[in-house]
Design a protein around this ligand. Structure first.
Ligand SMILES: [Zn+2]
Length: 153
């Protein structure tokens, strides 16, 4: 998934009961795993797949959820749930055409639903011109944009 993470986070926020900070928390959760691209490009010189950073590992977020759950106040339960749900939606969407280590810490194997073949030299074109972009990513973006556009009506 290239462009739909922020819109997908917005859709997670819209699907939850309306409450303060739910949508911002969901949007943040929708994009936060890709903050690892900073380390990927700036410090680690693309030495390994960025989906191997802890922010893209479901088992890490299960631990975070389990550890933080007892400390979340009633007022922050919904934003916390929106944030974590959007994180898992991000990771699930990444797993469609990119590898995710779903069974960490038991296995380091990356699982991908659909392999994108390298038809073009530019890796981005391989994803933008792949059918999954038009079948999954664009509908997410368009639905989120439509709901955002009509949010006060
Ligand atoms: Zn990602």
């Amino acid at each position: 998934m290239i462009l739909a993470h922020l819109p997908a986070g917005y859709l997670v926020g819209r699907a939850m009961p309306a409450a303060p900070w739910v949508i911002p928390a969901a949007v943040l959760g929708g994009i936060l795993p890709d903050f690892d691209l900073l380390a990927f490009y700036l410090w680690d010189d693309r030495a390994f797949h960025h989906h191997r950073y802890w922010v893209h590992i479901p088992g890490f977020w299960v631990l975070v959820a389990a550890i933080t759950a007892p400390f979340i106040s009633r007022a922050w339960k919904l934003p916390w749930l929106a944030f974590l749900t959007a994180i898992f939606v991000h990771i699930a969407l990444d797993s469609i055409v990119g590898g995710i280590v779903w069974f960490w810490p038991f296995s380091d194997t990356m699982y991908t639903l659909i392999e994108v073949s390298a038809r073009h030299q530019n890796w981005l074109l391989n994803f933008i011109l792949h059918w999954t972009f038009f079948a999954l990513e664009l509908p997410i973006i368009m639905t989120a944009f439509y709901l955002w556009w009509r949010r006060d009506r």
